[in-house]
Design a protein around this ligand. Structure first.
Ligand code: BG6
Length: 481
């Protein structure tokens, strides 16, 4: 379904995120026929460039970062016609009048702040000063949304001087992933799961986001952040909220976000023995894969590239069910999944030799997005009552069939939601602050103690102690493949 006509200004329109994610996502939505012919995308950045220069820049970006298989020949030219460019100085006066003159009247106006947070205030102020923002305009901001509670509060305050909360779209791209939205569909669209979704039936929940890549060219940013700030405070926290929240009364932005906020507020403080931090070592004999310290060029760094933790939620639903979270770089595989591990049956009528069998619902974010429910059945054949676990597997790509549109990238969904004015999959200011309020004391704790992360081998499942975090509770991490 096409969205309303819009003008989307991308500040930082020549930056890395624009090249890798925003522009390819817009192109795929264009190919899918979701952009009305009058929709326009205006790149804005400091570099001197004209419209044609920008179009070439975008063509190059699409060549490099994929166009999606649903696009036909010739669509690229059509897409390029929607593009233009203005050289703008966020802190000065250059380009602003020109940009203001370009904006159409009577269409949705969205401004994507794909720039560092230190420019958010300047951009917001100038949008008003030059009369470009009205009560219906939207701004989109990216992480990192602060680096602690104080900086997040300051950012919220700065944006609130110029925009209402209902106009601010804080992106957490994990919320745009197809499986993450499906998580809500599965929980609240089926009778099967919700009655069992509590401490009485769920033994524990594991959330893993494992990456094979290292910190790449982002060493400077990463070394100031670490896995806690880069991944846990936002992406894994959002997954945790969707898994643990109470059913909202409606699928509407504030109803959903109110419930997520309650989860964050019910999180217990985490004792130091329930947190394991790690740093990857160099891949032997591969100069392309240096160790973390070398990668960030800081031999004394105590920043973690891996973190595992055991969390407890103190509310009626979850008291007694631990949540284990882990994420890290340079691990064995690129596996992101949530596993809901149900309890053992209260009594086995098949005797001890039948072994221990548990139902596990696995929600796979990547690769091969989908879900799997492990059920216990009798091993086929005449061998007596022997039990085995088999997966009921649903891969979204397979379930949708070869003719279905490919699973859209998170950014495609989220940018179109901005145009539609739907904030359900965006973080509200108080959510972000609550997540930092929970994160801050943990980081302060290990910094004050001077804890150093444990080295782990590149291509492994992370440090030994992360395995122990589970073993000591008589549990096991699922394999990273
Ligand atoms: C980003 C982090 O937000 O998410 C990166 O800054 C991380 O460090 C990335 O690699 C992971 O996203 P995805 O969609 O590839 O799992």
């Amino acid at each position: 379904i096409p969205v309303d006509e819009f003008d989307l200004v991308i500040f930082g329109g020549t930056g890395d995120l624009a090249r890798r994610k925003i522009l390819p996502a817009l192109f795929r939505r264009f190919c899918a026929g979701q952009m009305e012919p009058g929709a326009r995308i205006i790149g804005a950045a400091r570099s001197e460039m004209d419209d044609d220069g920008y179009r070439n820049f975008v063509r190059e970006a699409l060549r490099e970062f994929g166009t999606g298989r649903s696009c036909e020949e010739g669509t690229l030219d059509g897409f390029c016609e929607t593009l233009s460019y203005v050289t703008v100085d966020a802190r000065g006066t250059q380009g602003w009048k020109e940009l203001a003159a370009k904006m159409k009247i009577g269409v949705v106006r969205a401004f994507y702040f794909s720039v560092g947070p230190s420019l958010f205030g300047d951009l917001a102020e100038r949008l008003h000063q030059y009369g470009m923002a009205d009560a219906d305009s939207r701004i989109v901001v990216e992480k990192p949304f602060g680096r602690d509670l104080a900086t997040a509060r300051a950012l919220n305050h700065t944006l609130a001087l110029h925009f209402d909360e209902g106009q601010i779209y804080r992106i957490d791209h994990y919320l745009g992933k197809e499986t993450v939205q499906n998580l809500m569909a599965v929980r609240f669209g089926n009778m099967l799961f919700e009655p069992l979704w509590n401490a009485q039936y769920v033994d524990h929940i594991q959330i893993t986001v494992a990456e094979t890549v290292g910190v790449g060219g982002r060493g400077e940013y990463y070394d100031r952040s670490g896995a806690m700030r880069d991944m846990i405070q936002n992406h894994l926290m959002q997954l945790l909220c969707l898994i643990a929240m109470e059913p909202p009364a409606k699928f509407d932005p504030d109803a959903v976000r109110d419930e997520k906020l309650k989860v964050i507020r019910a999180l217990d403080p985490v004792p130091p023995e329930d947190i394991v931090r790690g740093q990857y070592l160099a891949e032997p004999d591969d100069p392309e894969k240096p160790g973390y310290l070398e990668h960030v060029d800081n031999p004394r760094s105590k920043t973690e590239s891996f973190i595992a933790m055991r969390l407890a939620i103190s509310n009626w639903r979850w008291k007694g069910t631990p949540f284990y979270l882990r994420t890290g770089k340079r691990l064995r595989g690129r596996t992101s999944e949530i596993a809901v591990v149900f309890k053992d049956t209260p009594h086995s009528i098949f005797g001890p030799e039948a072994g221990r069998h548990r139902n596990i619902l696995t929600i796979r974010l990547q690769p091969n997005e989908g879900m799997e429910l492990g059920v216990t059945i009798k091993e086929p054949g005449p061998g007596g009552m022997r039990l085995i676990d088999v997966p009921l597997d649903m891969s979204f790509a397979e379930a949708l069939g070869p003719d279905a549109e490919e699973v859209p990238d998170a950014y495609e969904r989220l940018i179109m939601d901005v145009v539609r004015g739907n904030q359900t999959l965006f973080m509200r200011g108080d959510e972000v602050e609550a997540a930092w309020a929970w994160t801050d004391p943990l980081i302060d704790g290990w910094e004050a103690r001077g804890d150093a992360p444990e080295p782990y081998e590149s291509g492994s499942s992370g440090p030994e102690d992360a395995l122990m975090l589970m073993h000591r509770d008589g549990r096991r991490w699922r394999e990273i493949r």
